[in-house]
Design a protein around this ligand. Structure first.
Ligand SMILES: *[C@@H]1O[C@H](CO)[C@@H](O)[C@H](O)[C@H]1NC(C)=O
Length: 345
């Protein structure tokens, strides 16, 4: 692992000299608010754009809350905004409903200087009770944003977890599970046709705690010095790449090529909850290696053109989440000091 400072200098140099280009890869942060002891949105966004300027440029928020959107107005942060699961059926119900949602949450705030990149319809909502509304909601939002409002730089998509895959090992065997195959096949075809990436949530930590007898800590933490899995022509030194490439294989089965886009909308490691897997040390090692992998390597063994874009979970610990380890993915304390060195010093 290269020292964090090397990465920081590299990123800063690129950001200063080429402020508008898309990098080979980048790592942003997920700003979840599922807790009752978090600082107010304005304070969080002010911190990221003032004291912490240039260190994090990509941010994902899960709700389209007015306080957050107001706080993001006029900042340089590039924003992924969620359509919450409970709003999906409404947005899917008619073109007028989608137009109104876009007017209230997107175009109003573009006028106030918010830079949006992805509109993410639901988070891990497939399978689930709103799963069948996701594609109609994306179609309506695409029409509202791209066709009616003429905004050509925002991509409409959804985020899925590893539970949509039946097989993920070896990576080339990746395929969607029978329970979601019809929804995923149609959705992936549609996203491909509109050139939207699929957003995927990738947690080697969860695979490790589920199958510790089959997975080594080094492989999960990007610390293996030798390939752990050989799959055809590809060698895998880390589980993260293997998981991403399992999604690549599943999507390639549907569209008949590898020529589609993927974004890692969540990944991270908890500091507390399930020792020995969760720990401050493991979270520090995983997230630093993940960030370096995204920025410096920027690809998986199978997918050279992925321009790896990763959103690290998360900004803060969130005490309303269910399991203790789920609550403890935070990389900042509520007073904005880092839990461990991760983002540039
Ligand atoms: C911030 O909060 C953490 C956790 O409560 C604490 O350990 C640390 O000392 C605090 N830092 C400052 C500067 O107050």
């Amino acid at each position: 692992m290269a020292p964090t400072s090397t990465i920081c200098v590299l990123v800063l140099a690129i950001a200063l000299f080429f402020p508008s280009i898309v990098f080979s890869g980048d790592a942003g942060v997920n700003y979840g608010r599922d807790g009752d002891d978090l600082p107010p949105p304005k304070q969080v966004i002010d911190f990221l754009t003032d004291e912490f300027k240039y260190k994090i440029s990509l941010i994902r928020v899960y709700d389209a809350n007015t306080d957050i959107l107001e706080a993001l107005s006029g900042t340089n942060l590039v924003v992924t905004i969620g359509v919450p699961n409970e709003a999906i059926a409404y947005v899917a119900s008619s073109q007028e409903a989608a137009d109104k949602w876009v007017q209230d949450h997107i175009t109003t705030y573009i006028a106030k200087g918010v830079i949006f990149r992805y509109v993410c319809v639901g988070n891990e909502a497939i399978p689930g009770i709103v799963a069948s509304f996701i594609e109609p909601a994306i179609r309506n939002l695409y029409t509202s944003i791209r066709i009616k409002a003429g905004i050509d730089y925002i991509f409409v998509t959804t985020a899925v977890g590893l539970n949509v895959l039946r097989e993920s090992y070896p990576p080339s065997q990746g395929q969607f599970g029978p329970n979601v195959a019809q929804i995923m096949n149609n959705l992936v075809q549609y996203l491909y046709s509109i050139e939207s990436p699929l957003l995927i949530n990738v947690y080697p930590y969860r695979a490790l705690v589920t199958e510790p007898e089959h997975i080594s800590m080094d492989y999960a933490l990007f610390q293996s010095q030798t390939p752990v899995v050989r799959d055809g022509n590809f060698e895998y030194y880390n589980l993260f790449d293997a998981m991403v490439d399992a999604f690549v294989a599943a999507m390639a089965r549907v569209v008949g090529s590898d020529n589609f886009k993927l974004v890692v909308s969540e990944s991270g490691w908890p500091t507390v909850g399930r020792e020995p897997y969760s720990s401050v040390k493991n979270a520090r090692v995983y997230n630093n290696n993940l960030r370096e992998h995204a920025i410096v390597t920027g690809r998986t063994p199978r997918k050279a053109d992925i321009n790896m874009e990763v959103y690290i979970s998360s900004m803060f610990n969130e005490n309303f989440k269910s399991a203790e380890d789920e609550q403890c993915f935070g990389t900042f304390y509520n007073n904005f000091t880092q839990v461990y060195p991760l983002w540039c010093p």
